[in-house]
Design a protein around this ligand. Structure first.
Ligand code: ZNH
Length: 141
């Protein structure tokens, strides 16, 4: 569970990401596909070269979807409902990939925010992304 202070930290950091969502999102996806090449199989229909338009636009969608969750963490299940169905039934993404992407997001944030990325923020982001991953995996059972 996130404390009220952690929720504030999350809202703040994701707010900063919104204006640069495509840059951050593309970097997270590139790292996911480079470090865990198996994840590329889901994107066979897209151009996944570094900085490609597809990578940037898809990355932006992911960052913005998570930003939406960050605004009201307790309503995440409702916010993510359409994405739960999409990932479980249509895209059939193996839920273990949500953890992989979360890990890559964490790495990118730590690079991007460097000194600002305190251990407290690290914990808060870790808990928050675990909740997002859990919520996204909900429809699989
Ligand atoms: Zn996902 C799609 C989000 C993870 C794969 N996604 C998507 C979208 C969104 C998202 C928002 C869009 C939708 C529409 O358009 O309507 N994701 C998300 C999130 C997450 C995710 C938030 C976490 C955190 N995904 C994921 C993973 C994977 C994926 C991990 C793999 C590996 N997705 C995907 C795909 C798609 C999506 C394949 C489709 C794309 C296209 O465009 O086709």
């Amino acid at each position: 569970m996130l404390t009220d202070h952690e929720k504030e930290l999350i809202a703040k950091i994701w707010d900063k990401m919104i204006p640069v969502a495509s840059d951050i999102g593309a970097e997270c996806l590139l790292r996911m596909m480079t470090t865990f090449p198996g994840t590329k199989t889901y994107f066979a229909h897209l151009d996944i070269r570094p900085r490609s338009t597809h990578l940037r636009s898809h990355g932006k969608k992911i960052v913005l979807a998570i930003a939406e969750c960050s605004k009201d963490i307790s309503s995440m299940m409702v916010t993510l409902a359409p994405l739960q169905t999409l990932h479980a039934y249509k895209l059939r993404i193996d839920p273990c990939n949500f953890k992989i992407l979360s890990h890559c997001i964490m790495v990118v944030l730590s690079m991007l925010f460097a000194e600002e990325f305190t251990p407290q923020i690290h914990v808060a982001v870790d808990k928050f992304l675990a909740l997002v991953a859990l919520a996204l995996a909900e429809k699989y059972r």
